[in-house]
Design a protein around this ligand. Structure first.
Ligand code: NAD
Length: 433
């Protein structure tokens, strides 16, 4: 099919490339000229495993093109809206300016019978509002909402082989068109839920609310473990054996971040309040608070580890991205910890395999070091805050001689305390003795 993908960020660039890889003819549109220039040259503007390969093969095949001109989307039968929906400055609500602007820009270019498919995460009610606008301006066209569940770091696989497909539609024809687009996944047995707009919009925010709650639940247990000498990792293993609970997403640590979970739970609360149902999701405020307290806990542990002050002490911060296998530093707990330590006077040296460029743009006041070895050299304290494989695999005996003082705070509970202690380190995890 002929497809346009409007908004070529972490979601849209992968979606456009994956759709072309599946055989569709795709044009990616974005207002960011630099990004479009990179994509058109088959260079991913961000780090995502597997993206370089499909971007290269899809552009070489001629099935994938990019443009900053919305008029180039005119030939498409289906238009995916994949623009950002960040948190509004000074409020918890989602900022829908980009969705509204992209939608309005697209309207004059819609071919007869075109299908507009929302992928962005939006407050419930947005699709109905946009469908009403479409009925006014382009009544021949239809709207669907098809929320995206990809995980950064696994985005290509998650797009080509999703766990499930959710279509929020107003008629069967829209569902049939989406089936044609996702034929390969459907043939491979991917479950598909066809529903109304409101349910589709809510599925996405409910899923993120659940995941955020699961993480904050185990982090709340970590707080109790810290007060009692219990070990939250053993607790998670033990409760995780119950299939109703499950072990995944029960990793206590510095908490969640990124461009989705934090802003999505806040936007959900804000929307529920608008609907007069704020009480129903009031717990999400607690989920957010527990999450932010964990960042503070890491900072407090750092101060404690250095005898009451980090001032003028050299702290190696391992990781700046919000998760491994991504260069995304949006609302990153790791970067937040680094900035807070710097604010307390520490000589922070932050390192990361992929995130340094983005981190430097946001926080030029921090010192960055590409080499882990150099970041560790002469450190008074090591703080691991993003669980990159490289950091998980550090040999405590090897790195012992690099640092000035062998103390490590494992903000992701991914190091083996026994082997680090055996190698002469003072080890502090979160919620574990
Ligand atoms: P992003 O900021 O990386 O990308 C958004 C892109 O939209 C940017 O490149 C921006 O230049 C472009 N844009 C803004 N206004 C535009 C316009 N008028 N016309 C064309 N392009 C425009 O954001 P993202 O992480 O890709 O997220 C996009 C949406 O997908 C959000 O709603 C997000 O919540 C949702 N989502 C993201 C992920 C993820 O893991 N990143 C997963 C699922 C859902």
């Amino acid at each position: 099919m002929k497809i346009s993908v409007i908004g070529c960020g972490y979601l849209g660039a992968v979606h456009a490339s994956a759709m072309a890889e599946l055989g569709h003819e795709v044009i990616g549109i974005d207002v960011d000229e630099r990004k479009i220039g990179e994509l058109a040259a088959a260079r991913p503007p961000f780090f995502e495993p597997g993206l370089p390969e499909i971007l290269t093969s899809a552009t070489a095949s001629g099935r994938l093109r990019f443009s900053t001109d919305m008029a180039d989307a005119a030939g498409a039968e289906v238009h995916f809206l994949a623009v950002g929906t960040p948190q509004t400055a000074g409020s918890h609500a989602a900022d829908l300016r980009f969705v509204d602007a992209a939608f309005e820009d697209l309207l004059p270019h819609l071919a007869e019978g075109a299908l507009v498919v929302g992928k962005s995460t939006v407050p419930v009610g947005t699709a109905t509002r946009l469908a009403e606008r479409l009925a006014e301006v382009a009544p021949h066209a239809t709207l669907a909402w098809n929320p995206e569940f990809l995980r950064e770091g696994f985005a290509v696989k998650d797009t080509i082989e999703p766990d499930r497909l959710v279509y929020g539609v107003a008629d069967d024809a829209a569902a049939a068109t989406l089936d044609e687009i996702y034929r390969a996944a459907l043939d491979a047995g991917t479950p598909r839920i066809v529903t109304d707009y409101a349910t589709a919009e809510l599925v996405k925010v409910a899923a993120n609310a659940f995941l955020a709650t699961k993480i904050s639940f185990i982090n709340a247990m970590a707080e109790i473990a810290e007060a009692t000498g219990a070990d939250v990792t053993q607790l998670a293993d033990a409760i995780g054996h119950d299939a109703r609970i499950g072990r995944r997403f029960l990793n206590a640590g510095v908490g969640f971040g990124g461009g989705c979970l934090p802003k999505d739970i806040r936007a959900f609360s804000a929307r529920a309040e608008e609907l007069g149902r704020g009480d129903a999701v009031a717990f999400l405020k607690e989920v957010d608070s527990i999450n932010l307290r964990r960042r503070q806990r890491v900072v407090d542990l750092a101060v404690e580890a250095l005898g009451g002050s980090v001032n003028e002490r050299r702290v190696a911060v391992l990781g700046v991205t919000f998760k491994p296998d991504s260069d995304d530093v949006r609302d990153s707990p790791a970067l937040d910890v680094a900035v807070q330590l710097k604010g307390l006077g520490a000589e922070v040296v932050a390192t990361d395999p992929e995130g340094l460029e983005n981190a430097r743009l946001r926080h030029p006041q921090l010192a960055y070091e590409a080499s882990t070895t150099e970041a560790l050299r002469d450190a008074d304290l090591v703080v691991l805050v993003t669980e990159w494989g490289e950091y998980r695999g550090l040999d405590p005996a090897d790195v012992r001689d690099l640092v000035a003082n062998p103390t490590v705070i494992d903000g992701r509970n991914v190091l083996d305390p026994a082997s680090w202690r055996a190698a002469g380190w003072t080890y502090r995890g979160l919620g574990r003795p």
